[in-house]
Design a protein around this ligand. Structure first.
Ligand SMILES: Nc1nc2c(c(=O)[nH]1)N[C@H]1C(S)=C(S)[C@@H](COP(=O)(O)O)O[C@H]1N2
Ligand SMILES: [Mo]
Length: 420
C-alpha cells in the first residue's frame, strides 16, 4: 500500500501506467488507489486509507443486494458549500452538464417551506377574463414540456483570495432537466387581457417572495415546473411547483409559487427596488436587469489541483441567458493568444455547455483563461472591462468576468482574484 501510493505520487503525467506484477497480484490491496486516481479527488485520495474503507477482494464475496434507493460511491463525496442563506454547487466535481439534484445550488430568503401537495394551489387573477385556481393535479393535466436550462443567482461572484475553488467563485449556478406546463398555456386558459403587460409572481415561503415579470416572458418561454431531472421537483428547488424563467436572474424564478397577478404596470416589490438592482455609472441605478450575461469558467485545472507536466484536457462550462453559446476561447498565456475550445454537442439554448481544450504543460508559470461568446455576439468581459463600464461601485450583482487560473512553477493552481 505504502509503496503503491508512492508510485502514484511520482507519476510524471503519463497517460495510464504500465501494469506491474504488484498491481496484478495485489488485487484488493491496490483497488482503492487505482479508482481514486481516475477521478479528480486528490484530497479524498489522501484522506481515505484502505483500512478505513475495509475493502475486501470484490471477486471473493458477493456485495450487498439491490436497495430501495441508489447510493453514491463511498469514494465520491461531492458536497455543497452552505452559508446561512445559500449553498453552492461543486462545479469542479461534476461531469457533463446536468447537476445531480442533491447538488443543485440553493438560495432561500427564509428557509425551505414544507408544502403538502394535496393542499397546494396556484391562483392566476388580475387582468384576466376568467380568474382560476389550479391544484397540482390540474397543473399536471395540461400538456407538458421538458426542457434543460441553467439557473444562476445574479449574486454569483466571489473573490478575495487565491485559494478559491470554482464552487466558491461561481457555484451559484446549476442545470436541470425541468418538466412542467408552459405559462403561456395557463395564460390562454385564464384569458390574459391584451392590456396586461406585467405579472406578479408570489411564493408561499416565509419570505413571500414577489417579483414583477413582463408578460412577454410569460408568452415566450416561462414554465411552471413540477419535476426536475426525472422526479418531482425537490423541496429546495420549490416543491411542489415553481416558476422558471430560462436565462433570467435566478431570483425571478419564484419557488413554491402560489399566485400570479396580471397588471399593466410593474408592482415595484422590495426584491426589485431595495434589492436586485445595481449601480451602473454616474450615480445611475439599473433596475429589472433580468438577463444573465454570457459567462464561462474553467473547472479543471483549478485550485486546489496540483499539476504534473504533460498533456491534459482543460475543461469547463459556458452559458448565456441570451441564447446558445457560439464559441468558447481558451488562453494559456494570460490572454496574449486565444484558441477555440471544442464544445460538447448538442449546444442547447440558455444552457450550460461543456468545453474542452487539450494543453501540454511544459512546466513554468502559465495563466489559464476562458471566455464565452454567445450567438448574439456578446463577449464575456474581463473584470477591468466590467469596472470601466459600470464603475468601481458596481455592487455584487451580474458580475461575469473572465476567470484566470495561475499555474505556479511547482504545479499549484491559484485563482487570480481581482475583487472582493
Ligand atoms: N419563494 C422564493 N423563491 C425564490 C427564492 C426564495 O427565497 N423564495 N430565492 C430566489 C433566488 S435569489 C434564487 S437565485 C433562486 C434559487 O433557486 P434554487 O434554490 O432552486 O437554486 O430562487 C429564487 N426564488
Ligand atoms: Mo439569487
Amino acid at each position: 500500500m505504502e509503496e503503491h501510493s508512492k508510485d502514484i505520487n511520482q507519476d510524471k503525467g503519463s497517460m495510464g501506467k504500465p501494469i506491474s506484477r504488484r498491481i496484478l497480484l495485489g488485487g484488493a490491496a491496490t483497488a482503492a488507489v487505482v479508482m481514486l486516481k481516475s477521478s479528480y479527488g486528490q484530497i479524498v485520495q489522501k484522506a481515505i486509507t484502505q483500512a478505513e474503507l475495509k475493502i475486501s477482494d470484490p471477486t471473493k464475496e458477493p456485495g450487498p443486494p439491490p436497495g430501495v434507493l441508489g447510493t453514491r460511491s463511498t469514494f465520491e463525496q461531492p458536497v455543497k458549500k452552505p452559508s446561512d442563506t445559500s449553498s453552492r454547487t461543486p462545479l469542479q466535481d461534476l461531469f457533463g452538464t446536468i447537476t445531480p439534484s442533491d447538488l443543485h445550488y440553493e438560495r432561500h430568503h427564509a428557509g425551505v417551506p414544507v408544502i403538502d401537495p394535496h393542499n397546494y394551489t396556484l391562483t392566476i387573477h388580475g387582468m384576466v377574463e376568467k380568474p382560476l385556481v389550479f391544484s397540482l393535479a390540474e397543473l399536471k393535466r395540461f400538456p407538458s414540456v421538458t426542457r434543460t436550462f441553467f439557473l444562476e443567482c445574479s449574486g454569483n461572484y466571489r473573490g478575495g483570495k487565491e485559494e478559491m475553488t470554482p464552487q466558491e467563485i461561481c457555484g451559484l449556478t446549476s442545470q436541470s432537466e425541468w418538466t412542467g406546463v408552459m405559462l403561456s398555456t395557463l395564460f390562454r386558459e385564464v384569458g390574459v387581457k391584451p392590456k396586461a403587460s406585467w405579472f406578479l409572481a408570489e411564493g408561499s415561503d416565509a419570505a413571500v417572495m414577489t417579483r414583477s415579470v413582463p408578460v412577454s416572458k410569460g408568452w415566450e418561454d416561462a414554465m411552471i415546473a413540477y419535476a426536475q431531472n426525472g422526479e418531482a421537483i425537490r423541496p429546495e428547488q420549490g416543491y411542489p411547483a415553481r416558476l422558471l424563467l430560462p436565462g433570467w436572474e435566478g431570483n425571478t424564478s419564484v419557488k413554491w409559487l402560489r399566485r400570479i397577478e396580471l397588471s399593466d404596470q410593474p408592482f415595484m416589490t422590495r426584491e426589485e427596488t431595495a434589492k436586485y438592482s445595481e449601480a451602473v455609472k454616474d450615480g445611475k441605478i439599473r433596475q429589472f436587469s433580468f438577463v444573465m450575461d454570457a459567462r464561462s469558467i474553467i473547472t479543471y485545472p483549478a485550485y486546489p489541483q496540483q499539476l504534473q507536466k504533460g498533456w491534459m484536457e482543460i475543461r469547463g462550462i459556458a452559458w448565456s441567458g441570451r441564447g446558445k453559446i457560439y464559441k468558447v476561447e481558451v488562453s494559456t498565456n494570460g490572454g496574449k493568444t486565444w484558441n477555440a475550445a471544442t464544445l460538447q454537442e448538442p449546444v442547447l439554448d440558455k444552457a450550460h455547455t461543456a468545453f474542452r481544450y487539450l494543453w501540454d504543460w511544459k512546466g513554468g508559470e502559465a495563466e489559464l483563461m476562458s471566455r464565452a461568446i454567445d450567438e448574439t455576439g456578446y463577449v464575456q468581459p474581463t473584470m477591468k472591462q466590467l469596472i470601466d463600464a459600470r464603475g468601481k461601485d458596481m455592487g455584487g450583482y451580474h458580475l461575469n468576468p473572465v476567470t484566470s487560473w495561475l499555474v505556479q512553477r511547482d504545479g499549484r493552481v491559484l485563482f487570480k482574484t481581482e475583487r472582493q
